[in-house]
Design a protein around this ligand. Structure first.
Ligand code: NAI
Ligand code: MG
Length: 357
């Protein structure tokens, strides 16, 4: 029997609702499989913790997470705490300290889900976006001077290092090589940003030489939004900077039907630290407490966590269960135009796991 220890951080808003659903589904999956066990420990860090203690997590928070095999994360963000405090205090603190430099975001049109693009079906939209997750525009470099005065100045400096760009390019080319189409699109903005983005392009070309089996092309980020919308079938694996991929992956999620189904993995590929798995969406205050949050993104991200833990067969079983459920419009939550509840979708996925051969 294999054992995996998972730290659950539900966070704020619907984070608590979808992570609770995800844990139920994962335990049903482990029971159905019988060859591995999952031990969850929950941490109540987030905005309520911040209001009580003045910090998003305790000073020894990272040390407590470090021994776990993976982190299952909901979302952070509350209407009455500034977003940069919640994000930097918890989610980015974990991503940066645990060197989770590869953020992987699969996008597919799942069975039964109609995206907003006319005449585009599941065969036409099957992407994985790789987001550089440690530097670039979100490196946290910069500052503010002369606060409140007319001459106030703020800088937000994008950082591109040879080591950081090389490792994300290698990761992206290797991922592209593992997919049937073996094609990578490198997103850039080197026409306007002539330092960091030019280094980005140069290193892409250097690393491409290490992967002769992979074909690749280069796209300016603005033109990329058009290609995603008008020619989705020309794309497969994509690599982009922290900011560019942040934006493009929200577009990708919308083109695949809803933000509520989109998953993501924050990976430390060398496994020196635990990796973190989360739905792409945020804490969604507008629907918190109504029992209607779509848990599919949280379930899909669980399949990525299982892959990472070496339980790929269980991950595939869960993906089959998810697809069986999305195929039935009666099991769509309101974000997908349906009337189903989080509870109903969770029960249906558990039933599909139990009925899977
Ligand atoms: P959001 O993702 O929370 O919500 C955007 C819209 O999508 C809302 O209308 C919401 O109801 C809907 N939505 C999101 N997830 C859904 C789900 N699972 N099922 C059904 N509908 C869903 O983004 P928003 O509103 O921009 O941000 C709210 C808070 O979340 C902010 O504080 C923000 O900073 C935070 N946030 C946190 C993230 C994280 O922790 N990784 C990521 C994005 C936002
Ligand atoms: Mg985002």
């Amino acid at each position: 029997m294999r054992h995996h220890r998972i730290a659950a951080i539900p966070g704020d808003g619907i984070g608590g609702e979808v992570i609770a659903a995800g844990i139920e589904v994962l335990q049903a999956l482990a029971a159905r499989d019988g060859s591995f066990g999952l031990a969850f420990e929950s941490f109540d860090w987030g905005s309520d913790y911040y209001k009580a203690h003045g910090v998003m997590m305790p000073a020894d928070g990272l040390a407590r997470l470090k021994p776990f095999d993976a982190i299952y994360f909901g979302a952070v963000g509350a209407p009455d705490v500034p977003d940069h405090v919640t994000l930097w205090g918890l989610r980015l603190a974990i991503c940066q300290s645990f060197d989770q430099y590869a953020n992987v975001r699969p996008t597919r049109l799942l069975p039964g889900i109609a995206g907003p693009l006319r005449d585009v079906g599941p065969a036409d939209l099957d992407w994985v976006i790789v987001r550089e997750n440690s530097e670039g525009e979100y490196a946290g470099q910069g500052g503010r001077s002369h606060r409140g005065l007319p001459e106030e100045v703020a800088t937000e400096v994008a950082i591109f290092t040879r080591a950081g760009v090389t490792r994300i390019m290698r990761f992206a080319f290797a991922l592209a090589r593992s997919r049937p189409r073996r094609h990578l699109t490198v997103v850039t903005k080197s026409n306007a940003q002539r330092h960091g983005m030019v280094l980005w392009d140069e290193i892409a070309a250097e690393v491409a030489a290490e992967f002769p089996e992979v074909t690749w092309d280069k796209m300016l980020v603005d033109a990329m939004t058009m290609r995603m919308t008008l020619k989705p079938r020309t794309l497969d694996t994509v690599v982009a900077t922290n900011l560019h991929a942040d934006i493009l992956s929200d577009l990708a999620a919308a083109l695949a039907g809803s933000l509520g189904i989109a998953p993501t993995a924050n990976l430390n590929p060398e496994r020196r630290f635990p990796s973190m798995f989360e739905p792409i969406h945020g804490s969604a205050f507008d629907i918190t407490g109504q029992g209607i949050a779509n848990p599919i993104g949280t379930f899909w991200t669980a399949t990525m966590m299982l892959d990472h833990l070496g339980e790929a067969a269980a991950g595939q079983r869960l993906m089959r269960a998810i697809e069986r459920v999305t195929a039935d419009p009666a099991l769509h939550t309101p974000d997908l135009g349906g009337r189903a509840t989080t509870r109903a979708v969770t029960d249906a996925v558990i039933a599909a796991i139990q009925g899977d051969n």
